[in-house]
Design a binder for this molecule. Structure first.
Ligand code: GTP
Ligand code: MG
Length: 225
């Protein structure tokens, strides 16, 4: 189980990228995400079954829930901006700072310039500029379109491959132990062991996410300003 977080400003297409990758779906009139949601999707990476657990939250500060638990145990991140709205790209540096502050140092990050289908008519960020920023920050980079599906699966698979390579490069003792667990041959067996090692999400974390998310939902349906 590989935990991936999707981050970036509001309305850049985080939820639609996730829907395209996990269910091959797209909704033009999607609503802003409130709190935290996640989807899982199983793929084959380097002849191994890998379950990607992909977490999605609101780009807008007031709809976001607990930051620490969101990033905890994440092995990868999709940092999304909208190729037609320049400020969403300019904020990418802030999202990188947030990752550096809250995520594991070895997290693999993919910068995604989404809405590539609109680039011909309304591009506001050159691909070269984004690629240079990604290189400087040590991120992978791809433009994509959740609407057309272009590059979506490829970008997620690349991220998962890089995470897989990262995990495989861990010290021999750790890797061997995790592989045995993943195959069900280790103590306790089963992929859950690997997931618990990876995410270290305690029951208290899960409860706080559920409670804060429902509080956010109540607040967002309140008519007060
Ligand atoms: N043309 C085009 N529109 C897109 C694309 N991806 C998303 N959209 C649209 O952009 C809007 C926002 O998409 P969301 O996926 O909800 O954005 P988000 O980043 O999850 O936003 P928050 O949940 O508020 O943080 C919706 O109207 C989508 O239909 C894309 O690739 N191309
Ligand atoms: Mg969303």
């Amino acid at each position: 189980m590989f935990k991936i977080v999707v981050i970036g400003d509001s309305a850049v297409g985080k939820t639609q990228l996730l829907g395209r990758f996990t269910r091959d779906e797209f909704f033009l009139d999607s609503k802003s995400t409130i709190g935290i949601e996640f989807q899982t999707h199983t793929v084959d990476i380097a002849r191994r079954r890998v379950k990607a657990q992909i977490w999605d939250t609101a780009g807008q500060e007031r709809y976001r829930a607990v930051t620490g638990a969101y990033y905890r145990g994440a092995l990868g991140a999709m940092l999304v901006y909208d190729v037609t709205r320049r400020h969403t790209f300019e904020h990418a540096a802030r999202w990188v700072d947030e990752l550096r502050a809250h995520a594991d140092k070895s997290i693999v990050v993919m910068l995604i310039g989404n809405k590539a289908d609109l680039a011909a008519a309304g591009r506001a960020v050159a691909a070269d500029e984004a690629a240079a920023f990604a290189e400087e920050q040590g991120l992978f980079f791809s433009e994509a379109s959740a609407l057309s599906g272009e590059n979506v699966e490829r970008a997620f698979l690349r991220l998962l491959e890089e995470i897989h390579a990262n995990v495989s490069r861990r010290p021999l003792g750790v890797a061997a132990d995790e592989e045995a667990s993943a195959d069900g041959r280790g103590h306790g067996g089963g992929a859950d062991v690997l997931m618990l090692k990876g995410t270290k999400l305690s029951l208290a974390d899960e409860m706080s996410i559920i409670m804060e998310t429902s509080a956010l939902r109540r607040a967002s349906s309140c008519s007060c300003s």
